[in-house]
Design a protein around this ligand. Structure first.
Ligand SMILES: [Zn+2]
Length: 464
């Protein structure tokens, strides 16, 4: 019967395209949707007459979110929208079926709501969820398919929420804190720093079984800002073979900040999703009758305070640093092909992860064909690169892994501190190459990485 019903619903969808369209409103706009992380807040348990309250509740949540680190610093990387989905009745179900409290712990209620959310899900009092996730997916597909993260905001004063594919939160006490904690799960792949149970324990940004301080994934933070290796205890106080980086992270207790390891994980995910290069100019392949000076510019999505660093290179020589615009005059150019490149990365001190200076590298390259008759054309190319060097330090084999969006090769020169090139290798896109450095003497080396003959990153390499 269920299947027949499903078929019938599909049939209706296909033949009458009865997609339900709801009012979608922007409540935070930083830039084009395809260049930002789009948070979408969906109303649940709000009647049409309560949409003003819904907008206020959603705005309050965003205000709280973007006051907290690292969302405060990276606020311009986000847009936010609300989808006004009406329910027949206000609130949510609270059946009083939890087994982790003595029921009824709060008044037993039912409400006829659009997504049929309920407290006491999985018999946990505070767990606010719906098994009707396909309806959420349908609403998103029909109203805001370019979303990155959906948050279902439930119009109920009872404390509650949950993570998973979509985040759920009520409007009750600590509700905004729950929603931010749940975003940590849903969008940033963070684990709970209280013991989540054997089924949910797994290696993650902020959870590990590694107890060696020089091998643990957050090794670069050990001893800084309270970061260490702390053992999880279950609800009965029994030690578990799992470890967290901090004792009072928001992934453990609401009302606290994200720990340094979680903060770093959030920023790295933001960089995975959004390039800091919002746009650049000129873009066009042919520049009509350019005259000198010719201006080149980047429009960057700047963290607050700005931690982006940009290096401009003209024909393999450093041309300018940490400015958004450069101008070329005729004497800057050589006859033939000239290459101007801007390489941008985030030098935030909130990032200490290995390779952080080379995992997220963003470049724009302009090719300027110049002759004594003038400029023939200017072409531009934007590239996102990721260069991973591991293990580092090492005493024998080091791996260089390279990915980029333009299918370029990467040339790597391993040079000594006094500038001698000791090894050179070419790494293709998506390739990992092993280099044996066991014959080098102990100490520090620099791996200079070139794409299209432009130095895109320099990586410190330590031989043990
Ligand atoms: Zn944490």
């Amino acid at each position: 019967m269920k299947n027949l019903l499903l078929l019938f619903v599909l049939f209706l969808n296909i033949n009458y395209s009865n997609a339900q369209i709801f009012d979608v409103e922007s409540i935070k706009f930083s830039g084009d949707n395809d260049k930002r992380i789009n948070l979408v807040i969906i109303s649940e348990g709000y009647q049409t007459t309560e949409f003003t309250k819904f907008k206020t509740d959603a705005t309050n949540f965003l205000d709280d979110l973007f006051m907290q680190s690292p969302f405060a610093e990276y606020t311009d990387y986000f847009n936010a929208y609300i989808i006004k989905v009406p329910s027949n009745e206000s609130g949510s179900d609270h059946p009083g079926t939890a087994t982790d409290v003595t029921e009824p712990a709060s008044p037993i209620t039912t409400a006829d709501t659009y997504f049929n959310t309920s407290y006491d899900s999985f018999n946990i009092h505070r767990l606010l969820y719906t098994f009707n996730t396909s309806t959420i997916n349908t609403v998103l597909a029909n109203n805001f398919p370019e979303y990155d993260q959906a948050i279902v905001l439930v119009n109920s004063d009872e404390y509650g929420g949950s993570g998973g594919v979509h985040a759920f939160t009520s409007t009750g006490a600590s509700a905004n804190e729950i929603a931010i904690h749940e975003l940590g799960h849903s969008l940033f792949d963070l684990k709970d720093e209280y013991y989540p149970g054997d089924a949910l324990a797994a290696e993650a940004i902020n959870m590990t079984q590694e107890t060696n301080t020089s091998l643990v994934k957050w090794k670069n933070w050990i001893g800084i800002n309270g970061i260490g290796i702390y053992q999880y205890l279950d609800g009965f106080g029994t030690p578990k073979p799992w470890y967290r980086p901090h004792e009072t992270c928001k992934m453990r207790y609401l009302g606290f900040d994200f720990c340094a390891v979680c903060t770093e994980g959030i920023i790295e995910k933001i960089h995975d999703l959004v390039s800091p290069i919002d746009s650049y100019a000129p873009v066009s392949n042919t520049v009509e009758n350019p005259s000198f000076p010719i201006d080149f510019s980047l429009s960057l999505i700047k963290p607050i305070p700005n931690t982006l660093e940009t290096v401009w290179t003209l024909n393999a020589s450093n041309f300018a640093n940490n400015i958004d615009d450069v101008s070329l005059i005729e004497t800057d150019l050589v006859e033939g092909t000239n290459t101007l490149t801007a390489v941008t990365n985030d030098a935030s001190t909130l990032l200490k992860v290995d390779n952080h200076e080379t995992i997220h590298v963003y470049t724009v390259t302009w090719t300027i064909n110049y002759s004594s008759l003038g400029i023939e054309d200017i072409n531009s190319l934007v590239n996102n690169l990721s260069i991973t060097v591991y293990p580092n330090p090492t005493n024998d084999i080091v791996n260089f892994k390279f990915e980029n969006s333009n299918n370029l090769d990467l040339k790597i020169d391993v040079v000594s501190i006094d500038g001698k090139t000791l090894k050179s290798l070419l790494v293709s896109n998506y390739e990992t190459q092993q280099v044996d450095i066991s014959n080098l003497s102990t100490g520090i080396y620099i791996a200079n990485c070139y794409a299209n003959n432009v130095l895109v990153a320099s990586k410190r390499l330590v031989k043990q």
